[in-house]
Design a protein around this ligand. Structure first.
Ligand code: SF4
Length: 323
């Protein structure tokens, strides 16, 4: 089977954007590819280096969400990035051959800097984030990387780095290909991309009350003010959520919104209910994955991942005449 690498920064719990943007795809891919999924804690430091006290909890809780949602250690290698320190060493080696302009023009990093108001406070680590991501992929010689549209520039950079390394030191790395997620970006309640840092996210572990509160604040068609007004579901955040979790009713909701028969208050109530119900099985399965069990799975996955990473790093050092 061809190998895949993907991961998430442990900066909080899993939200709808993570779930539909990546996790659903990972769960499908784990039966079709040799999958490596990382809890990317080094990456978390690129923007959360001042708040590391929450990192241990987030690492375990995020992995619990993955497991409860359906990722299986019997099918995929699930590991913690910092338990495989070879990622950091390959990052240093690759950083020697990456021109700074390649990093400065990366639109994904630019977007992150803008969304998180980091202008004037960009660290060396944040600028080099895509090089670390390339190291993550290349250390497992992954051929494919499942990503959302917004991550494509990172993969393009990983491809350029792989090609440059192969050109300089001899054929070592496969040039990775992206596998695009079928789901478009999931909007946050304010209509921007759903993100923990933008505080516009609905989490799969949210209580019904939390979900209801968030959905009631969600952006809808501004021209639909009262029951009876015809609505335009395209561009309505609530409709986008219905489309993810309420497939059986989506056609009727669209018809009733357009005709004015359905009001936004009722529509939001049904949406909150549908979101909560959709994730009930995941919340129930969380009980099967205690913190202790989750930790065991991550340690075992990291041990397995490390063997592969060590072999690649040895080869890289030989190619670079460091051995
Ligand atoms: S009725 Fe529903 S889909 Fe239509 S605008 Fe209101 S919230 Fe959006």
């Amino acid at each position: 089977m061809e190998r895949i690498l993907s991961g998430y920064r442990p900066t909080g719990m899993i939200h709808l954007g993570n779930y539909f943007g990546s996790l659903v795809n990972w769960i499908k891919l784990q039966s079709e590819y040799d999958c490596y999924f990382e809890v990317a804690d080094y990456h978390a430091l690129t923007t959360y280096y001042q708040h590391t006290d929450e990192l241990p909890d987030y690492k375990l809780e995020m992995a619990r969400d993955w497991l409860a949602a359906g990722l299986s250690p019997d099918k995929a290698t699930i590991f913690i990035q910092s338990l495989v320190p070879e990622h950091a060493e390959l990052h240093v080696l690759l950083s020697m051959l990456v021109p700074v302009p390649w990093l400065e023009r990366n639109p994904t990093v630019k977007e992150m800097i803008r969304d998180m108001n980091l202008q004037g406070n960009v660290t060396y680590g944040l600028l080099g984030y895509p090089v670390l991501q390339a190291a993550d992929i290349l250390i497992y010689k992954a051929k494919c990387v499942p990503v959302g549209q917004d991550q494509l520039p990172h993969i393009e950079l990983a491809r350029e780095i792989a090609k440059r390394f192969n050109h300089l030191y001899g054929e070592t790395f496969p040039v990775p290909e992206p596998i695009l997620s079928q789901h478009p970006k999931v909007p946050g309640i304010d209509g921007r991309k759903m993100s923990k840092s933008l505080q516009n996210a609905i989490f799969i572990r949210d209580t019904y009350e939390d979900i209801e509160k968030k959905v009631y604040q969600a952006f809808t068609d501004p021209k639909k003010i009262r029951l009876g007004d015809p609505g335009h579901p395209e561009g309505c955040v609530v409709f986008a959520y219905h489309n993810l979790v309420n497939k059986d009713e989506i056609a009727q909701i669209e018809t009733d919104c357009r005709s004015g028969k359905l009001g936004c208050v009722e529509c939001k109530k049904r949406c909150a209910h549908a979101i909560y119900e959709f994730f009930t099985p995941v919340r129930e399965k969380l009980q099967n994955f205690t913190l202790e069990k989750t930790k065991e799975i991550l340690v075992e996955g990291s041990r397995k991942a490390r063997k592969v990473a060590q072999a690649t790093l040895e080869e890289v050092k030989e190619r670079m005449h460091l051995k």
